[in-house]
Every structure is written in C-alpha cells, then in structure tokens.
Design a binder for this molecule. Structure first.
Ligand code: AMP
Ligand code: MG
Length: 432
C-alpha cells in the first residue's frame, strides 16, 4: 500500500521556513575594498566628507561671472588656469578662468562656459596685428594676467555646467548599509568616501557532494567509453559555480555512491568544518535514495515536497553543527531549487536582508496551453524586439533549457498563457 501523500508545500512557505533557520554567521572579515565584490557588508558605510568636496566644473571650458557676460561676444582676460586637483584663487570681477573637468570652481564664478562656446585670444602684444580682435562693446581695457583673453560666444545661465559640493553624498550620510551585497558600483561608491577596507560577512563554508552510482566525472572516462546508463556529473559544475558567485568557500567532496554507509561517512566528515552541506540527488523516496535516512540517523531532516515544477523534492536538516540542504538530482530541478531556495539561504547566512529575487512584468511571445497544478518556472529568453520566447523542451532533465534561457517565467499554479499575456519574468541575473 502506498503511504498517504503529504500535501506539497508552497514555495513561499518553504523559503520562509528555510530563512528562519539561516541565522547570520557571527564572524566577519575585513577585506580590501578592491577584493570585496560579491561580499555582503557587515557595517554601515558613513561618509566623513561631502562628495564632491567642493563645487567643481563638469566640463572643460571657462569659469565666469554671469554678470560679466550679459551678451555673447564679450572678451574677458583669463585670470588663472585651474586644473583638476589644483587649488585656485577667487575670480576677480571682469575676468574668466580657464578650467578643466573636475577642477574646483573659483570663488565668485557662478557658471562654466563650454570651451566649444569660447574662443581663446592670444595676448595682444604677442599676436600679429588684426588677429586678436577686440569685439565691439567690450569698451574697457582689462588687466593682463599673461594668459591672454577669451571671447565668450554664448551667454551663460547661472549654475550651468557646475557640480555642486555634496550633490552626490552629504557629510554624515549612510551611503551603504550593513546587509548590502557589494557590486562594482557600490565598491566605487565606498571608495569615493575614502574607504579602502570593508567589514564584510565571513564566507560561508559549503561542502558540496553529488550522489548517484550512475555519475561519472568528466575527464575520467571519454564519451565513447561510458558504460551503459552512466552519465556525466553536470550538477557539480553549476552548483559549485553558483556557490562561488555567492562568495562561498566550497569544499568539493565529489561523488558519493548510493550506499547508506558511504553517505553517512561523507555527511559526518563534512559536518564539523562547514556551515552548510549541499547535496544533489538521492532525496526522493526510492530505495536508492540514501541521503534521507543518513541525515535522519545523524541529525534531523525536514523533507519537503515543494509545489513547484521542476524541483519537487527538497530537503533541509542539520548534521551536527552544519545546515544540510538536499537538492533534487534532475539537473534543471537542481539548478532552479538552488536559485530559488539555496541562494537566498546562503545570502541570509551572510546577513543580507532582501534576498528575494525581483520579478518584472513581461509579455509572452508563446502559448502555454496546459496549466499545471504546481507553480511552474518556465525557461525563457528575452526577445530583442521585446517579450519572452519559450524553450521548446521544458523537461527537468534538459539542461539545455537553462543554458539557452536568460531567465524563467514564474507561472502560478493552474495558469495557462496565451501570446501577448503579461507574465512574471525573473532574470537569471537576479538568481545567480
Ligand atoms: P535522483 O534525484 O538521485 O533520483 O536523480 C534524478 C535524476 O537526476 C536521475 O536521472 C539522475 O541520473 C540525475 N542526476 C542526479 N545527480 C546528477 C548529477 N550530479 N548530474 C547530472 N544528473 C544527475
Ligand atoms: Mg540518485
């Protein structure tokens, strides 16, 4: 007689239960900001200065007082030359300053005129007569600073091409908060307030192993010599890669045979020095699925059948001090349950608060006429003209779908899709 089926657990419920177990690792590391990409901040980053520190020029050109250029064509003596990183003096009334992008604005100046809108005039005594014309209307003679003169051909508006002190970051502002996962842009932002080292969450230590007597490591047996029924271990490659992208330290424990004793030994050995033991395969309820009884013998196990397709079997438990997560063996199931459940879990271990992927609305360019009882994650790809294309074979064993796709449609249970329907798209860039 078949045992009574437990109802399948909704994904959101499974994720909430899983995250409730993922208490952030206590220790932190201090790392160079240069090496912190992908790590999760363990500190708030507070700016001790304003950025930019001073008003400065957004372009190469001339700093002026707008009151001195009430009409195009005015000629002003060039009082100083200000380069990025240099100091400057106040701008005397009736003069201009040659200025470059990022250079500090001299006191008194209130606009930058683009160099394209200016004409530099050489100092009159050094030029052949007639070439440095004094435009009409500039009646007065100007002091000569040895930098020549400039004709301003466009009337400036106050504040134009000026970057204001503090317009990016105010002094005392919390620029990044603890729990933020660092990206190239946030590393730059931290550096812009002078932080050369950052306190980040310790890397989770993850032991990874695959189960299955049919598995062969690529490189050990050539394709032509594979025995009948043997398959190459593909899960190991994407699981390891995804863990590394999530800043984990991975101990690769290889393939564990479908034997109870070997499985227990592998789990036991891994439990002491790892935060998480992650396995693929062997978590269904067949007689050759030894992971379940082995974890139960050594610790505790919550085996869930999750109401998603693909990816139904999923196990969470503990082996000694380590967390245990057992993923299904089917490659696409393994890939997606990692993305939907393990990724949030390992990010939460690092103290990241907002770990849920963010779907966006997109238009289907395909039909999905047969609704499923489970919430489905369909492998799709963004079409260059907009909308989503569906991969033809959505079987949980067809890893080509995940390699071809650039995301999934999160399709609610019982939902069919017609071309043009709005669907929820989760990009793999959100999941990996
Ligand atoms: P299992 O969950 O162990 O029953 O495995 C389900 C299916 O996934 C079987 O067809 C296995 O051969 C396949 N499978 C399990 N582990 C892997 C792996 N590491 N790489 C590729 N396929 C796998
Ligand atoms: Mg198996």
């Amino acid at each position: 007689m078949r045992p009574a089926m437990k109802p399948l657990k909704p994904l959101d419920e499974a994720l909430a239960e899983l995250l409730a177990q993922a208490r952030p690792l206590p220790a932190t590391d201090q790392v160079s900001t240069l090496d912190a990409d992908g790590r999760v901040l363990a500190q708030d980053c507070i700016s001790a200065l304003q950025v930019p520190a001073q008003d400065n020029s957004a372009m190469d050109g001339y700093a002026v007082r707008c009151a001195d250029v009430t009409a195009p064509g005015r000629v002003l003596p060039v009082a100083q030359r200000i380069t990025a990183g240099s100091a400057c003096a106040a701008l005397p009334p009736g003069s201009a300053a040659r200025i470059f992008t990022g250079a500090p604005m001299p006191a008194g100046a209130d606009a930058i005129v683009l160099q394209e809108d200016c004409q530099a005039l050489a100092v009159e005594r050094q030029t052949p007569s007639g070439s440095a014309q004094m435009p009409s209307g500039s009646g007065q003679t100007s002091p000569d600073h040895g930098l020549g003169q400039v004709q301003i051909n466009a009337r400036p508006q106050p504040g134009q091409w000026l970057r204001h002190a503090g317009e990016d970051i105010r002094r005392g502002a919390v620029v990044l908060t603890a729990g933020t996962r660092l990206t190239p842009a946030t590393l730059g932002l931290a550096a812009s307030i002078g932080l050369d080292r950052l306190q980040v969450a310790r890397r989770p230590r993850v032991a990874l192993f695959s189960t299955g007597d049919e598995l062969v490591m690529p490189g050990t047996v050539p394709p032509g010599q594979m025995r009948p029924g043997a398959i190459y271990n593909s899960n190991r490659f994407f699981l390891r890669a995804m863990l590394l992208r999530l800043a984990c330290e991975v101990s690769d424990l290889g393939i564990v045979p479908d034997q109870r004793e070997a499985t227990e030994q592998a789990l036991q050995a891994a439990s002491a020095a790892h935060d998480l033991i992650l396995t693929s395969g062997g978590v269904s309820v067949g007689e050759e699925d030894h992971v379940k009884p082995a974890v139960q013998a050594l610790g505790r196990l919550d085996l869930w059948q999750i109401a998603i397709k693909p990816g139904k079997p999923f196990a969470y438990g503990r082996v000694g001090p380590a967390h245990f997560i057992g993923l299904p063996g089917n490659p696409v199931s393994s890939f997606l349950t990692f993305a939907l459940l393990v990724r949030p879990f390992v990010l939460r271990l690092q103290g990241m608060a907002d770990v849920a992927p963010k779907p966006i609305a997109a238009s289907a360019r395909f039909a999905w006429p047969k609704a499923d009882q489970r919430r489905e994650f369909l492998r799709v790809r963004q079409h260059p003209m907009g909308g989503l294309e569906l991969f033809g074979n959505q079987s949980s064993g067809v890893l080509s779908s995940a390699a071809w796709g650039d995301g999934v449609v999160d399709n609610p249970a019982g939902q069919t899709i017609a071309p043009g329907d709005s669907v929820q798209f989760i990009a793999f860039s959100q999941l990996l």
